[in-house]
Design a protein around this ligand. Structure first.
Ligand code: 5GP
Length: 144
């Protein structure tokens, strides 16, 4: 089993602009975009720009810098998707449920009594992801 950072992982490619995503936010620290296989409407990912496989090898300063952005996306997602709550998920290594080996935080709108869909199983149509990204972006800008 490898435990080194692979710069060819899919999120590194998204960060470099080599493959597209439905981006909702970007600053010097991180980007946020819609998960292509959402477990709930509005499921977004916050991906720090600094390279690490996951939380275990991350620079503590990079972790500290990204958490306020996770909070910002979570607050906007709760508003945009009129959620009852938000789950933040973060997986480490395959045994821990991780499938993409660049640190990221899942921000998932939740509703009373509604279970999450399966992790990384059903691809959402692109037009729906685009509409959800627009909604989340608007909430981030202070709109509806
Ligand atoms: P992990 O299991 O590593 O915590 O989560 C990886 C997440 O990335 C999964 O929820 C999966 O749906 C999502 N994902 C995988 N490939 C892509 C991709 O190419 N683009 C986007 N936006 N999300 C992806």
């Amino acid at each position: 089993m490898t435990s080194t950072y692979d710069a060819d992982n899919i999120f590194a490619k998204i960060l470099r602009g080599e493959i597209p995503c439905h981006k909702v936010y970007e600053d010097d620290i991180a980007i946020a975009f819609m998960d292509v296989m959402p477990q709930s409407d509005g499921h977004a990912l916050v991906v720090p720009k600094s390279p690490s496989r996951n939380l275990l090898d991350a620079d503590p300063a990079a972790l500290a810098a990204v958490i306020p952005l996770v909070q910002k996306i979570a607050t906007a997602a709760k508003k945009a998707f009129e959620a009852d709550g938000i789950s933040i998920q973060q997986f480490n290594e395959g045994a821990g449920g991780q499938t993409v080996f660049h640190l990221h935080f899942h921000v998932i709108p939740r509703y009373e009594g509604v279970p999450l869909k399966s992790h990384g199983r059903d691809m959402e149509p692109d037009d729906i992801l685009a509409a959800h990204a627009e909604k989340l972006s608007a909430a981030l800008k202070g709109g509806k």
